[in-house]
Ligand binder design. Structure first.
Ligand SMILES: [Zn+2]
Length: 474
């Protein structure tokens, strides 16, 4: 009994000691830095840029229009920087810096937007391509994804050029025109061009995370989540070649029944949850800032890992950080209620956790379904990205610039669920970060790719300020 009490006491001591020393080690003092910028100009220019209906794969004239709008609006950028047009609509700018021996940095954005579904157009408060300025916001498709980054970066560069500023290292600006349809003509082509030229980049900064308010429960201050990796992507089609027939005399197991069973098995037996490197680093940064109970658990994952995984994976956002997810999205049967489908099928979308490969997933799916009558076809797939260093010098540099523009935020590495153009740059850069410098609540985030996308004027000002500060110190 005495020994048991003693062991318990030691255990408690270890738990509390670890909680006590669990501090945000990188929490040094960074002074707020207000850049002198012209927010009115930036707001008006973003509003005008939204007016070009640059829907991916459509309206070539709109892309051309946007390009000449940028030429007119940013004369210094087009005078001082070398610009290349790639595959007609993508842009690569090169700004030579003072020190040629330093590695160049690359800032990215994309000029294309997702379409506005016809039946949703009426639901918009202001026309999606009006770029309307109202109630302290600029409204329209692309306001948050991703003309905000495009315009804010060019505003910052134009401003700096006006005061004859020259960056310490070379800067590239890359603007793809097909990010929403996988970026092969835009970002991939640009990345290949840089690779051919033997360029090795200091870091790449693309969209992805942001400064999230109220998204992480138990964290009171805003979290600046900087994506240090993104998940992989696999679409599988499962088909049962069952042969049709009349529904009045069905076989014991129908084709559609087989498909349904396979889906149930895959949802019930998912790949193992795991705390991957980007999530581990995220917890190291935000854990110390959380409420006492959560802080104690995260400081003692050596003991509470199973509890943490169970609790964290109970909601979809947490689950997506911890495992390869399974989402059946499309299904096909027959066209009539009394006809058995000839080859019923389902499409399942998986998002791969770093560390799980496409091959691992296929093995898992075959083993789990264990049904030779079901054909499995990979429709499209890519592996999870490499993981950038959440403790390295490049991350620290970004962290300080974020704190200058957004004081009081908790800056943390993060795993991006969706796909970005940034992964194409892996052959020319090992430190790729995914972060848009804007402060957003999840209610605003839901407007991306949806109705009433908009951005606050305050955010536009902060974005320009952030990019200006970043370029000054780079
Ligand atoms: Zn985007």
């Amino acid at each position: 009994m005495g020994i048991l009490l003693f062991v318990l006491l030691i255990l408690l001591l270890v738990i509390f000691y670890r909680t006590h020393i669990f501090q945000n080690k990188s929490r040094d003092f960074v002074r707020t830095k207000k850049e002198k910028i012209d927010p009115e100009r930036a707001i008006a220019n973003l509003s005008a840029a939204i007016g070009f209906r640059t829907i991916s794969g459509k309206n070539p004239e709109a892309f051309k229009g946007l390009i000449s709008f940028l030429e007119k609006t940013y004369p210094l950028v087009h005078k001082e920087l070398k610009r290349e047009v790639i595959n007609e609509h993508s842009l690569l700018y090169h700004w030579p810096g003072k020190n040629q021996s330093e590695k160049p940095a690359l800032l990215m954005a994309h000029s294309d937007v997702v379409p506005v579904e016809e039946d949703t157009e009426k639901g918009w408060t202001h026309h999606p391509f009006s770029g309307k300025r109202a109630d302290g916001f600029v409204w329209g498709r692309g306001a948050m994804d991703n003309k905000n980054n495009l315009i804010a970066q060019l505003e910052a560069v134009e401003d700096l050029l006006a005061s004859s500023f020259k960056p310490a290292r070379d800067i590239f600006l890359a603007y793809g025109h097909d990010e929403e349809v996988r970026g092969k003509e835009g970002a991939l082509a640009i990345a290949q061009l840089l690779q051919e030229r033997g360029i090795d980049l200091y870091f790449v900064l693309d969209e992805g995370g942001g400064i999230m308010e109220g998204i992480i429960k138990g964290l009171s201050n805003p979290a600046a989540l900087v994506g240090t990796a993104e998940k992989g992507f696999v679409n599988l089609e499962l088909t049962a070649r069952s042969g049709g027939g009349h529904s009045a005399s069905p076989p014991a197991i129908t084709g559609l029944g087989r498909i349904a069973r396979a889906v149930v098995k895959l949802e019930k037996n998912q790949m193992q949850p795991r705390i991957s490197k980007p999530v581990r680093e995220m917890l190291d940064h935000i854990g110390p800032e959380m409420s006492p109970g959560k802080r104690l658990v995260i400081a003692n994952l050596w003991l509470f890992r199973p509890l943490f995984i169970r609790k964290f994976s109970a909601f979809p956002g947490g689950n997506a950080l911890l495992r390869t997810t399974v989402a059946p999205t499309m299904a096909e049967g027959s066209k009539a209620s009394n006809v058995l489908p000839d080859s019923p099928s389902v499409t399942i979308n998986f998002r791969l956790l770093p560390g799980d490969s496409v091959e691992d997933l296929l093995d898992h799916v075959k083993r789990t379904i264990a049904d030779n009558e079901i054909e499995i076809e990979v429709l499209n797939a890519y592996e999870p990205s490499l993981v950038s260093d959440g403790r390295g010098e490049e991350f620290q540099f970004l962290r300080e610039r974020i704190l200058e523009a957004f004081p009081g935020a908790t800056v943390a590495p993060y795993l991006v669920f969706g796909g970005t153009d940034a992964r194409y740059f892996e052959p020319v850069c090992s430190q790729i970060f995914r972060f848009s410098p804007m402060q957003i609540k999840d209610t605003e985030l839901k407007r991306v790719h949806a109705v009433d996308e908009r951005i606050s004027e305050e955010n536009i000002e902060r974005m320009v300020s952030f990019y200006k500060g970043l370029l000054e110190k780079i």
